[in-house]
Design a protein. Structure first.
Lengths: 395, 395
């Protein structure tokens, strides 16, 4: 008499969660310092100091009605204006406060956008490897997910595969760059080609195909890599953003949906976003942290640890004989399993207390994800274990 | 090509929101002190001082990974344990941490419970007058809402009306006591009778009919009125709670769903709640405020202002000839309109700068809602206007 779908979603643990539970159990047995847990994408870099300072300043200077009261459903106007100004400065865009709808993070943003756009029969294209919750959000919105393999060597878009996935039912295409789990950033050339392809297909099918830009990792790039700002390349782009990674605030649940004026019938789409937020039970994004964002939009946690980790891990793993695409962003390495069955490979890794996540749930069997948002010391201590694991296969 | 339902939900402003906009416009014209806005249920009493103190203590004593990191999807274990202990102490219950699922407030709690329970064809019974968003949540979950008139003189449950509304499709009955918009608290006798009725009907139809207790106003009662704790009267009760009103934190979006062990297949229902939260795009409730709740569960804002306001307003309005049920809780008075069309009555009130909300959206035409979560000074200044309004009709 209950929704079986919901029972299943609530009961079936994700592989990541199962490994997380194992990790806690194993740490109790042999000590946390001897377990090399690379399973979870929970940032270990602290939030900028200004976050603490801003919260305290707000508490000391504003009344509770402002601090803790309802904001409008679309979010505090000053917060939205500050975000618009920051993006305009960085990307030469011309957004205003009314293009933004504040949300409880990227998951909420994605689910709300899907609620706003989806009609029965709609399909969304997702490039593999992808964030596993995409399937949950898309199917909960009543749509179908079309998995589309990326180029297996570069994890850039494979346009032949894309062409085979898009049809008259396609309502949108998800782009997650920098990518979880591959760390790959789509090149400007890929984005231009994608925009041209979607323009053509939108015209052919007589309706917009939306580009849904899932961007929690936008600021997490290393070296001089640039992440193209998608709204400048394709007009029907909706941006789903979260401060979880850039400000190391994943638990605070704060992000936004951006509906640029260039979107066809932008104000109607924006209204549908507001309506979907309401229908899904979101009243407004948390107020205190909205006011913090108004003062800290555009700041970023210290990413130097992640870069150091990436370099150390990528170089070492490569030297042991492992293969992975060089990640330009996020804090994940997506490595080829040394045997066809990534689950079996992860079991072997466990013998050395290395906890890795099989790529199957990301739509990429034969790979494993390594989350390097850990201390550099953990990586240093884990390297001999990775080397021994490699030797099992290359001996 | 968009979801028209969502566009409508996002476009059609609620009457309350329209009045709110008018209020801002009018305040700009004649000064805020001359506009008597009784439209909005936004608490004007500050949060307890301990909320500020606890936030600062947490910032000074814990690391960011704890403060701002993901909690588990069901919420921080210490927070849930603290809430359980507080309820057990107050109500003699025996809840544990695992009976609670932390949410982004009561709206999220209700929508998640509906997502967990609802199968196609399900109906939910709602007593009029009711909180207008119930319809949005119930219909978004794919169910139907059955409006059931309360006793028009007392706003207690009318059991004949209830019997006429319940059938084999009934999945649940909403109870909101203290009630928005009437301020009425259901008597223990009403609750006992409701429990017996639902036991009988559940047995007759061969499936549980859930009591969905929407309790944001539980602590807002005046005098020695007691609000029966529903799980003690009926086993298949799911509690949806929010700290918005009790701690004056409406913007912080923090509350919970409680699934007691007594619920049939409680762990399966709990799993469905977790699954529905995931499907709706909730990852976890905001983390910092969860940790605050762990230390402040059971505290309540200073409610003396509301009691003073209620007494002043109720006594004065009665002396002018208005009729309303004496409210024992919440911060609303639900007053009879002095003409059949409450909209026309509210327009006349506007001439005296009195902003009231017609009861039609609450399922109760011929009434108006007066939100008295304002300063006592505002009420004092508004009383002559109420008196003049009455004289228009009684002259």
């Amino acid at each position: 008499m209950l929704s079986e779908k919901m029972v299943t979603l609530g009961t079936k643990k994700s592989v990541i969660r199962e490994i997380f539970e194992y990790s806690k159990k194993r740490a109790a047995e042999i000590g946390a310092e001897n377990v090399f847990d690379f399973s979870i994408g929970n940032p270990n870099v602290p939030a900028p100091v200004s976050i603490h300072e801003t919260i305290k300043e707000l508490l000391d200077s504003r009344d509770d009605y402002y601090l803790f009261g309802y904001t409008s459903a679309q979010g505090d106007a000053d917060t939205r204006a500050a975000i618009a100004a920051n993006l305009n400065e960085r990307f030469g865009t011309s957004f205003g406060a009314d293009n933004f709808y504040m949300t409880c993070g990227a998951a909420a943003s994605l689910r709300i956008v899907l609620g706003a756009l989806t009609l029965p029969g709609d399909e969304y294209v997702v490039f593999t490897p992808y964030f596993p919750e995409y399937r949950v959000f898309i199917e909960s919105a009543g749509a179908t997910m079309a998995e589309t393999p990326a180029n297996p060597d570069t994890f850039q878009i494979d346009f032949d595969q894309l062409a085979a996935s898009v049809n008259e039912h396609t309502k949108g295409v998800f782009v997650n760059s920098p990518n979880n789990p591959s760390g790959v950033v789509y090149t400007e050339e890929s984005i231009r080609q994608l925009a041209a392809f979607l323009e053509e297909k939108s015209a052919a099918y007589g309706h917009p195909i939306y580009l849904i830009a899932d961007e929690p990792y936008r600021e997490l790039v290393y070296g001089d890599v640039e992440v193209p700002y998608l709204t400048k390349y394709y007009k029907n782009t909706l941006v789903c953003y979260s401060y979880s990674k850039s400000l190391s605030l994943p638990g605070e649940r704060i992000g936004y949906v951006l509906v640029p004026d260039e979107v066809e019938n932008a104000r109607t789409v924006y209204a549908a976003v507001c309506g979907a937020g309401r229908a899904l039970g979101f009243v407004c994004a948390p107020s205190l942290i909205q006011h913090v964002i108004a003062k800290c939009a555009g700041q970023v946690s210290d990413l130097s640890v992640y870069k150091k980790n990436r370099d150390l891990l990528y170089d070492s793993l490569s030297s042991y004989g492992f293969t992975c695409v060089h990640p330009d962003g996020a804090f994940y390495l997506f490595m080829k399993s040394l045997e066809t069955d990534a689950y079996a490979f992860c079991e072997k890794a466990k013998k050395y207390e290395l906890l890795l996540v099989p790529g199957d749930d990301f739509g990429a069997p034969g790979f494993v994800r390594i989350a390097y948002c850990v201390t550099t010391a953990q990586i240093e201590q884990a390297l001999p274990a990775f080397e021994k694991l490699a030797k099992e296969y290359f001996a």
